[in-house]
Design a protein around this ligand. Structure first.
Ligand SMILES: [Zn+2]
Length: 246
């Protein structure tokens, strides 16, 4: 929809806006640093097509300090991201949008949770903000047989398949290496991903294929729409409780 004029968008009058959030960061020896942004842009287009929403172009930079250590990784402070997203979402609200969906396609944007909670507590029911976390689909995709591994955190079977599907010329499968460290994800609070994963990969990219990538995009787009419908229905059903709609 961002290729249309403002008057054309006014005629369509969507009530939902989608903000896909990517990241610019190292993705091992075989994937480009644009990986999360490219995935966010593609999934955003698919969810917008299914919902008729106004699509904000995918944001290329967010918070990824845990990926530091090599050139090509770029981040902003979480508080800056919080303020930037608040400004973007308030501009959407002032232009008549009632619902905003954040599609978070980089796993390390932890400040999205307080951001969404604060906005809903302050503006619900005039504005409702839903958060869809791409990482939340990994387990169900594994259980539903869309992917073969349940070891992915970064640059593994899922992300590699997705980039093989949409930008195969940027993938170097001959350099792909599998690595699954024996520490929990929370240890990224205590050191860069490179401490646990010398190649910058947490997962099994050698299992990736373009065919899986297409299936992953299809699955995630449909699941995201289903989750958004449930979240917005839940918020719309709420009535004022004492002083608060939250
Ligand atoms: Zn990624």
């Amino acid at each position: 929809m961002y290729r249309k004029t403002a008057d054309e968008i006014m005629a369509l009058d969507p009530e939902l806006a989608i903000i896909p959030v990517g990241s610019l960061e190292q993705h091992g020896p075989h994937l480009p640093v644009m990986t999360d942004w490219a995935i966010a842009a593609e999934l955003g287009k698919r969810v917008a097509a299914l919902t008729g929403a106004f699509l904000v172009p995918a944001l290329p930079i967010s918070t990824c300090r845990e990926q530091m250590g090599k050139k090509g990784t770029v981040w902003m402070e979480p508080v800056t991201f919080y303020q930037m997203m608040t400004d973007i979402i308030m501009s959407l609200k002032l232009q008549g949008f009632k619902k905003v969906a954040i599609l978070q396609l980089h796993g390390g944007v932890f400040i999205d949770t307080p951001l969404v909670r604060d906005l809903n507590a302050q503006h619900n029911p005039d504005l409702m903000v839903a958060l869809i976390d791409g990482c939340a689909f990994f387990q169900s995709m594994y259980q539903d047989g869309v992917i073969e591994t349940n070891t992915e955190l970064h640059a593994g079977e899922v992300e590699t398949s997705q980039i093989l599907a949409i930008a195969p010329e940027t993938v170097h499968m001959d350099r792909a290496v599998d690595h699954v460290p024996d520490i929990p994800r929370s240890y990224l609070n205590y050191g860069s991903l490179f401490r646990a994963c010398p190649d910058g990969v947490w997962g099994e990219p050698t299992k990736a294929s373009a065919k899986k990538g297409e299936a992953i995009f299809d699955y995630c787009a449909k699941q995201a729409v289903e989750k958004l419908n449930k979240i917005f229905a839940y918020m719309e059903a709420k009535e004022k409780f004492n002083y608060s709609y939250f």
